[in-house]
Design a protein. Structure first.
Length: 119
């Protein structure tokens, strides 16, 4: 059985300026998965940097609200929303609320630095 506590995951600033903690990655533990799973936070009033991934990504909003930008589309999002981001899409978030925007990121196949382009 493999259990990872968020408190035990190192916090770091991601390339898009969100605060990230990687929970699961097939290169960092003996796991039979192809995706990576991370916990992210964007502070009130902040906007993440626009970026593209060669892979697909899903965000699941745990708390907060914001505007999700994918290519030329902009939609309001809040807790309970799942957002699919197609490969090679320009994406970024704006936290429009008064509290942290907290979300889970699932990248499939697993995130790799060489697959991300910060714009």
């Amino acid at each position: 059985m493999f259990i990872r506590d968020l408190k035990d995951c190192e916090e770091f600033s991601a390339g898009d300026n969100s605060i990230l903690r990687e929970l699961l990655h097939p290169d960092k533990a003996d796991l039979a998965i192809q995706y990576s799973l991370a916990h992210a936070i964007l502070k009130p009033g902040q906007t993440s940097r626009a970026h593209k991934l060669k892979t697909s990504e899903v965000y699941y909003i745990l708390d907060g609200q914001g505007l999700m930008h994918i290519n030329d589309e902009i939609e309001p999002v809040h807790d309970g929303h799942a957002i699919y981001i197609p490969p090679n899409s320009t994406q970024f978030f704006k936290n429009t609320g008064e509290k942290d925007l907290i979300f889970i990121c699932i990248v499939d196949p697993a995130w790799r630095k060489e697959d991300e382009l910060i714009l």
